[in-house]
Design a protein. Structure first.
Length: 145
C-alpha cells in the first residue's frame, strides 16, 4: 500500500465521530493508500490491519473512489459494520504478530488485541462491546475467518 503523509480527504467527517482519531499515530486506509499524518513508521502488524480495510473498501465499488467512499460512509454511520470491519482487521494484526510465539505469549497477545478492538477510538457506544465477547469473537475470527 502507498503511504501518504497527510490527513485523509474525509478527516472532518472522521473527527466528528472519532475525536480520538486526531491523536498522533492514528492512520487511515483509503483503498490502496494509507494516510499517515504523523509520518512515523508503520509496524508490519498495523500494515496488515490497514490492508484488510483497504481490500474491503476496494471491494465495495465499481471504482476505487466509489468503494472507498461507500465503505467510509458505512464505517462512520454503522457501529456494527465498524465492529465487524475492525474485528477482521484486528485478527489480521494478531496473525501478523503471532508467528513463532508460544501459547502463553499468544494468549497475552490475544488479550491485548481484544482490548485494542474495543478501545474508545472506535466509538461503538459506551460499553457496547465487553472484553469477554471481544476475546471470543476475535479468537473465532483468527481461527476461522
Amino acid at each position: 500500500m502507498e503511504i501518504v503523509i497527510a490527513q485523509p480527504p474525509t478527516i472532518a467527517a472522521i473527527l466528528e465521530i472519532f475525536p480520538e482519531a486526531a491523536k498522533p499515530d492514528v492512520i487511515f486506509a483509503f483503498g490502496d493508500k494509507i494516510y499517515n499524518p504523523s509520518g512515523n513508521p508503520i509496524p508490519r502488524a498495523l500494515m496488515a490491519h490497514e490492508r484488510v480495510h483497504g481490500q474491503s473498501q476496494l471491494a465495495m465499488g465499481d471504482d476505487v473512489e466509489q468503494g472507498v467512499m461507500r465503505w467510509w460512509v458505512n464505517y462512520l454511520d454503522d457501529p456494527q459494520f465498524r465492529f465487524n470491519e475492525e474485528l477482521r482487521a484486528h485478527a489480521a494484526e494478531y496473525r501478523e504478530q503471532a508467528h513463532g510465539l508460544d501459547g502463553n505469549h499468544k494468549a497475552k497477545l490475544l488479550m491485548a488485541t481484544a482490548r485494542r478492538l474495543i478501545a474508545p477510538l472506535y466509538a461503538y457506544g459506551d460499553g457496547a462491546v465487553k472484553l469477554p465477547y471481544a476475546i471470543t469473537v476475535l479468537r473465532e475470527e483468527i481461527d476461522y475467518g
